[in-house]
Design a protein. Structure first.
Lengths: 170, 434
């Protein structure tokens, strides 16, 4: 059981990495798309009709897919100047409490985001542009990214518990 | 429950979670969700994905990751040291020359880069050891770079101004143009301060004594011609209205890639690390943005900005008193929070008040950026202070940096007052564009 749990956490971490790599690819695509539009409009005088819309989808993909990875690297901005003044066991308590709340926030994003995406899929919603992109696809990005973030949060909570029991045992 | 109680729960909850060390995006998101549940119950949560999606997937925001990318490429291109060499040669022999050269180099770097940390780190890593070698006082050497690094918030391209523009419904292009003159004025004030120190106390800010020929000066300028080209490409195209800031960012990225490639600083490994740190910074900012949207949504549903704005007008206080309160609030927030959070949280609340007082949102964006800039160099959470401590030799303590940054924070406050008293300095240039 313990072994299974450990490998599950490992899978969560790998998913965070995968999300970040996808976001990086998406950044390159975004640059290529906008630069291509500049050339198409100002040099070739043939503006494309899809580039603005596509770049907005790529932006939201980029914003959410690496959320787990950023947590893994502990790069989400936090205000630590106050917490650092407190004793270690209080700090662990706070870390555990706030992490569980973030996990709850992720759960709400996954739940409501999935609902919005499913509604768009069932209703056959698509964007009002020429591309007619089925909207369930971009809508699905927020829940998927939040899922990666939530899974990484579970890894973090597990680590906080491990660290705090280490301290208790000493 | 009445809306005043809910407002206190939302704002109080946010502050408590923030002080408990929760990531800013989580503290904003969780307190907003609590607010939605109290106002509308579980049904209200259905609006959450839409609020985020509709205002996050917008074209002007595409400029955020692209300008961060451009800054990362420039950071790795090594052009920073050429900029410092050039300014240093040109200021040589003046009182406080190397300090002034550092400020000028940071200001130029800011015109290529959208976030404040990169400029401070790049210029600081070679300017600070040089200044210490020349016998500069540790505080002065580190303080001037910590402060001038913050100019990146104001001098376009600036990620802070993009975020303000999107939240405050102001043209990002105009904001960029409006930041130019204040940026130059602030850099000038900082250099004037160093010059005066150099005259009064040559023991802590000695003059340069190298012989620098005209040929060396010209050579140094030739080395940095790509910088001029990039700045003209990016800012010129926005100023002329040829390109949107997002398109200008893409052109700037491609230009800096070419520059880094020809300077032989671009291999596969560097490219991967550029992408990875761009994604980290962008995701961090965009997630705070997403949660701040929710926070703004809840506060607006609770009528907080509207009530606050009409309350302030009933106070019958002179405008300058209200402005002092507003800027004191931004200062205090900036002491504890990062710039992105300060701008995203305070804009929806403060902007309606400022507009009602008859100021323009363009002007407010610029003065707010200056106030935030001062926040990056004041403890306890002054990001630039830690960055500068990180790139300084071990003999420099964090206290040295803090002591050095304080006079510059005062100089910038003087600048802030100038732009509050003379809004025309901010508005003149952007009003020239049609």
């Amino acid at each position: 059981m313990k072994q299974f749990w450990k490998s599950l956490l490992h899978v969560f971490e790998q998913l965070s990495r995968l999300g970040a790599v996808l976001a990086e690819i998406c950044l390159v695509l975004l640059l290529a798309l906008v630069f291509h539009e500049v050339i198409a409009r100002y040099v070739l005088n043939k503006p494309t009709l899809y580039s603005v819309e596509l770049s907005e989808y790529l932006l939201i993909f980029l914003a959410f897919m690496a959320a787990g990875r950023v947590l893994q690297e502990d790069k989400h901005v936090r205000m630590l100047s106050f917490v650092n003044l407190l004793p270690a066991n209080v700090r662990y308590g706070f870390a555990l409490f706030t992490s569980i709340i973030v996990l709850g926030f992720c759960a709400i994003l996954v739940w409501q985001g999935t609902k919005a995406s499913v509604t768009a899929l069932k209703g056959g919603y698509h964007s009002s542009s020429l591309l007619e992109v089925p909207l369930w696809i971009p809508y699905a990005i927020i829940p998927v990214g939040s899922l990666l973030l939530g899974l990484q949060m579970i890894v973090r909570i597990n680590r906080i518990i491990e660290l705090s029991t280490d301290i208790d045992n000493q | 429950m009445d809306s005043v109680t809910i407002t206190f729960i939302v704002i109080g909850g946010f502050l408590v979670l923030l002080f408990m060390g929760m990531p800013v995006f989580g503290a904003l998101g969780a307190s907003s969700v609590a607010g939605i549940l109290l106002v509308q119950g579980v049904r209200g949560l259905g609006a959450v994905p839409g609020v985020i999606y509709d205002r996050l997937a917008v074209f002007p925001l595409v400029a955020v990751p692209l300008f961060i990318l451009m800054g990362e490429i420039i950071f790795h291109s090594g052009i920073g040291s050429n900029i410092f060499t050039a300014t240093n040669r040109w200021f040589n022999k003046l009182p406080g020359s190397m300090g002034m050269a550092s400020v000028a180099a940071c200001a130029i770097f800011s015109a290529l880069c959208g976030v404040s940390v990169a400029g401070a780190a790049t210029i600081g890593s070679f300017a600070i050891p040089e200044m210490l070698k020349r016998g500069y006082n540790k505080s002065l050497a580190t303080g001037c770079v910590a402060a001038s690094g913050g100019l990146a918030l104001l001098i376009p391209p600036s990620v802070a101004l993009i975020l303000y523009g999107v939240v405050g419904d102001e043209s990002v292009g105009k904001l960029f143009i409006a930041g130019i003159i204040p940026g130059i004025v602030l850099a000038g004030l900082m250099m004037a301060y160093i010059f005066i120190i150099g005259v009064l106390r040559p023991d802590i800010a000695p003059r340069g004594n190298e012989e620098v020929s005209w040929k060396m000066k010209i050579d140094a300028l030739i080395q940095i011609w790509p910088v001029a080209v990039l700045i003209i490409l990016v800012l010129g195209s926005i100023y002329k209205g040829i390109a949107t800031p997002t398109e200008a960012a893409a052109v700037g990225c491609v230009g800096s890639l070419v520059l880094a490639f020809f300077k032989k600083k671009l291999d596969w490994k560097t490219f991967r690390s550029i992408l990875s740190s761009t994604i980290s910074t962008s995701t961090m900012i965009m997630l705070i943005f997403a949660s701040a949207l929710l926070f703004g949504y809840v506060l607006t549903r609770l009528q907080v900005p509207q009530e606050l704005a009409s309350y302030v007008t009933t106070l019958d206080m002179p405008n300058w008193v209200i402005l002092i309160f507003i800027f004191a609030l931004i200062y205090i927030m900036g002491m504890f929070m990062d710039v992105v959070s300060v701008i995203l949280i305070s804009t929806p609340i403060l902007l309606p008040i400022v507009l009602q007082m008859g100021y323009s949102s363009l002007w407010f964006g610029i003065v707010m950026a200056i106030a935030c800039e001062i926040g990056t160099e004041t403890p306890p959470v002054g990001l630039n202070l830690f960055v500068i401590k990180g790139v300084s030799p071990p003999s420099v303590s964090l206290m040295d940096v803090i002591r050095g940054a304080i006079p510059f924070a005062l100089v910038e406050t003087l600048g802030l007052i100038i732009f509050i008293v003379f809004p025309g300095l901010v508005l003149w240039l952007p009003n020239l564009i049609k």
